[in-house]
Design a protein around this ligand. Structure first.
Ligand code: GDP
Ligand code: MG
Length: 598
């Protein structure tokens, strides 16, 4: 295929600005799918994604477009996820493109993710085409959005295309702009194979199917390929593209985007960002910036019904096939029984996995509060990784503890700087930068403990900045911290699944808040329930859940049996998501209470 006739692009936008709807229109306009075939929002495949409006799995679709210059172009539309948990995957999929459509809602203007995505695209060196969408709405304010495009992004507002993805307005103009403005790929087909993996999924028959962008050379069936991060070799069985169905091709050449099958059994072998090359004639330089997917946040997942442990195990194994970043291993809790310690990229990733387990596999789960991995230096000279607060060794045995830090970048309109600095300071952040991007936009940089952003940081940031601050971070290694383990005792017994690790300076406050929160959450029982917070042997806070008045059932004593049954029936329903801790019924929320305090 002539590279001059290839265009690789993606669509980036703040959530709900119309990315998926625009993708549908492009597929329809180019005849890639007919109107009849077009299920709403083709590119969002998982049911969950569609409901939440987030795109987790990347996808690439080939379209053919006959442009007004009379030539037919092959376009690859690469879908990108839009959440900070997946920032690395976003940047990988961007680097598979030469151009990006930056969609902005004409009624909302530029928002947090518009900016974050814009900078990622800029970093990746992409040609950016602004699209002002939803101009069909009466409240659309095109002039205002154009000003923002000039002031905030520094782009020429005259280049913005006015569109309505819903009404099909501006679609041809967008395709023409892609042809004219997005440069064709510039790889060399005669060089050794060099291809980037930007996504992969597991197929029951073909094994792992990586999605690739070929930079140099050519890949075809029969070839021996090598993955450059781990030196594993495979023989290519098939290559092809999606349009939007899977189509087999004879080969994929420099500039093209598609998939390959090579009897790869393990999804961990094909990590996003890795480079594929020819095993017999390898490229010297891999694609830059590879980093293995590493879970950063850990939590325990336990079936409410302990008989369903095996089902949970099978479900996790199935999800793992399609998700190299998911980690799990068996774990036992004195309070919750048998379950799994699971590792995730971030909080959204964790929520999505939990919801899929419940929805697609019909499991009812208790999730414990998420935790980072602590490096614990023991007095005997050994170093251990602690992912589960319950497993923190006693204080006497610890020489020091280190926790993971992030280096964070927050971009915000200047008016919110004060409240954001306060928030970051409360989260033990150390300011490392303060830069005006333009007269109204500031970039703040902070070093912060990763654990501090696990506790509703995003929600807080959003609320103090009215949704305008954008946030991004990268990991910045481990630093020593004064940390202590806070235990929660219910009726005198420590509940392992409720233990948390907190900074010493916050331990008393957190302990107080936790017992108060638990007092609200734990329903009244037939006896009094004592809730205590402790550090080591020292109780630092206490609260009681008063006993129920005995007359609840006594009221219908001896009398109306059906009424009594109904009452019990009702109680049973309320019990659904409860776990018995000794004699005390504790609802699921209690295990996440630590996330809700403050
Ligand atoms: P995404 O989150 O960026 O993928 O946004 P969607 O494509 O899911 O769109 C979000 C909402 O905006 C949906 O309800 C769409 O129907 C609606 N929408 C998208 N484009 C337009 C448009 O041009 N005009 C109007 N009126 N609504 C639109
Ligand atoms: Mg979408």
């Amino acid at each position: 295929m002539n590279q001059e006739l290839i265009r690789n692009f993606c669509i980036i936008a703040h959530i709900d600005h119309g990315k998926s709807t625009l993708a549908d229109r492009l597929l329809e306009f180019t005849g890639t799918v007919s109107k009849r075939e077009l299920k709403e929002q083709m590119l969002d495949t998982l049911e969950l994604e569609r409901e939440r409006g987030i795109t987790i799995k990347l996808n690439a679709v080939r379209m053919n477009y006959e442009a007004s210059d009379g030539k037919t172009y092959t376009m690859h539309l690469i879908d990108t996820p839009g959440h900070v948990d997946f920032t690395y995957e976003v940047s990988r999929s961007l680097s598979a493109c030469e151009g990006a459509l930056l969609v902005i809602d004409a009624t909302q203007g530029i928002e947090a993710q518009t900016i974050a995505n814009f900078f990622l695209a800029l970093d990746a060196g992409l040609e950016i085409i602004p699209v002002i969408n939803k101009i069909d709405l009466p409240s659309a304010n095109v002039e205002w959005v154009k000003e923002q495009i000039a002031d905030v992004l520094g782009l020429d507002p005259d280049d913005a295309i006015l569109a309505s993805a819903k009404e099909g307005i501006g679609i041809k103009e967008i395709l023409e702009a892609i042809v004219k403005k997005v440069p064709p790929p510039s790889g060399d087909v005669n060089k050794p194979l060099k291809a980037l993996i930007f996504d992969s999924f597991y197929d029951n028959y073909k094994g792992v199917i990586p999605f690739i962008r070929v930079y140099d050379g050519e890949i075809k069936p029969g070839m021996r390929i090598k993955l450059m991060s781990n030196n594993k070799e495979f023989e290519v069985v098939e290559v092809g593209t999606q349009s939007p169905n899977m189509i087999k091709l004879d080969s994929l050449k420099a500039g093209e985007v598609g998939w390959l099958a090579a009897n790869i059994k393990n999804i961990e072998d094909t990590q996003v960002g890795d480079t594929i090359t020819n095993a017999e004639n390898p490229t010297k330089e891999p694609c830059p910036g590879f980093r293995p997917a590493k879970p950063m946040v850990f939590a325990g997942l336990y079936p409410i019904d302990s008989d369903r442990y095996e089902d949970l195990k099978e479900a996790l194994e199935k999800l793992k096939l399609n998700d190299a970043a998911l980690f799990f291993e068996p774990e036992t809790s004195a309070a919750l029984g048998f379950g799994f310690r699971c590792g995730f990229l971030g909080l959204l990733h964790m929520e999505v996995i939990k919801e899929r387990l419940e929805r697609e596999f019909g499991l009812e789960l208790i999730a414990t509060a998420p935790s980072v991995v602590y490096k614990v230096y023991l007095s005997d000279g050994t170093v251990i990784d602690v992912q589960n607060p319950a497993e923190m060794p006693p204080k006497e045995k610890i020489e020091r503890i280190e926790e993971p830090y992030i280096s964070a970048s927050i971009i915000t309109p200047a008016e919110y700087v004060g409240s954001i600095m306060q928030l970051c300071q409360d989260r033990r952040g150390i300011q490392t930068g303060f830069t005006y991007l333009d007269e109204n936009r500031v970039e703040l940089r902070y070093d912060m403990p990763l654990s501090e952003i696990l506790f509703d940081f995003f929600d807080k940031l959003k609320s103090v900045s009215r949704g305008y601050a954008s946030f991004d971070y990268e990991l910045a290694g481990y630093k020593p911290s004064e940390l202590v383990k806070l235990d929660i005792l219910i009726n005198g017994k420590p509940v392992d699944a409720l233990s948390v690790i907190v900074h010493e300076s916050k331990a008393y406050q957190r302990g107080r808040q936790l017992v108060d929160k638990l007092k609200e959450i734990i329903p009244r029982q037939l006896f009094e329930v004592a809730i205590q917070a402790a550090i080591g042997n020292k109780i630092i806070a206490r609260s009681n859940v008063k006993a129920l008045r005995k007359d609840v059932l006594a009221k219908c004593y001896g009398g109306d049996v059906t009424r009594k049954k109904k009452l019990l029936e009702k109680q049973k329903e309320g019990k659904k998501k409860m776990k018995m801790l000794g004699k005390v019924e504790v609802p699921q929320e209690a295990f996440l209470a630590v996330l809700k305090v403050e």
